[in-house]
Design a binder for this molecule. Structure first.
Ligand SMILES: [Zn+2]
Length: 257
């Protein structure tokens, strides 16, 4: 019986979440991304944990920018996407979709989730039913397409959508309130979304996080995952699912609350 994953989540930078995960049996401890190394080191110390690994989802500075400082302070090994080895320095272990790795005795699976960046990966811990999805999937949102295209991102989201419905989704940013405004614009009659709207507003009014979310909740309310259904409701049933997704992504890019 593997020990159960410990997850410590905390806010950092303006709207990022930091995550440190640990196998209590072995003490192996991974920083999931490194937006703010000082905050990570303080949070690890508060927990009494020693960061031994860094697991990056993608190369952006608010995800991998603190690698060097955390490595210098802890000697942590860096696990990062092979396809971004030109953007992330000093990778010790290159990862690609389909790889399996272990945090101590706890298995994680690497899921290829390109689109926001070309090498973006996500980490899924089956026994903890937890997925760390970087800037691919957000509560009621998805990452901007800085490097990939709509078809690529739709494939990535579809891959995440095959995880069990009760998977906890750890998104890397608190964007939910602004995502909600857009979701209500494009999917205004969705009862699950309307119910969720009240809950989100109540949490944000108290400055509480809306992360983690669950895959089931996102499937029911996230306009990007629901793009094909939303297109069909508008009578646009001729297009491929990824085209419906791409159109909603473009609408969001131009949306000003
Ligand atoms: Zn990013």
């Amino acid at each position: 019986m593997p020990s159960s994953l410990q997850i410590h989540m905390f806010p950092c930078l303006s709207d990022n979440y930091g995550f440190i995960v640990r196998d209590p049996e072995s003490g192996a401890c991974a920083a999931i991304d490194t937006p703010d190394p000082e905050v990570y080191l303080v949070e690890a110390r508060k927990q009494g944990w020693n960061i031994s690994e860094i697991w990056n989802t993608h190369w952006h500075a608010d995800h991998a920018g603190g690698n060097g400082a955390i490595r210098a302070a802890t000697g942590a090994q860096v696990f990062a996407p092979r396809d971004e080895n030109s953007r992330i320095p000093d990778i010790d272990h290159e990862l690609s979709g389909g790889n399996r790795l272990f945090l101590g005795g706890i298995e994680a699976q690497v899921i290829a989730t390109p689109g926001h960046t070309l090498g973006h990966i996500s980490f899924y811990f089956p026994t903890a039913k937890a997925a760390f999805v970087g800037d691919c999937l957000f509560a009621l949102g998805c990452g901007r397409l800085f490097e990939g295209d709509g078809r690529m991102m739709w494939d990535s989201l579809s891959r995440l959508a095959t995880l069990p419905d009760d998977t906890k989704i750890y998104c890397a940013h608190e964007y939910t309130a602004s995502n909600l405004a857009f979701a209500l614009r494009v999917d205004p009659l969705n009862p699950a979304l309307l119910a969720r709207a009240d809950e989100i507003r109540a949490r944000r009014d108290q400055d509480l996080p809306t992360v983690p979310t669950t895959l089931a909740l996102e499937k029911a309310t996230n306009p990007f995952l629901r793009a094909p259904e939303i297109a069909r409701a508008l009578g646009e049933d001729q297009r491929a699912d990824w085209e419906a997704f791409a159109e909603i992504r473009i609408m969001k890019d131009g949306f000003r609350g």
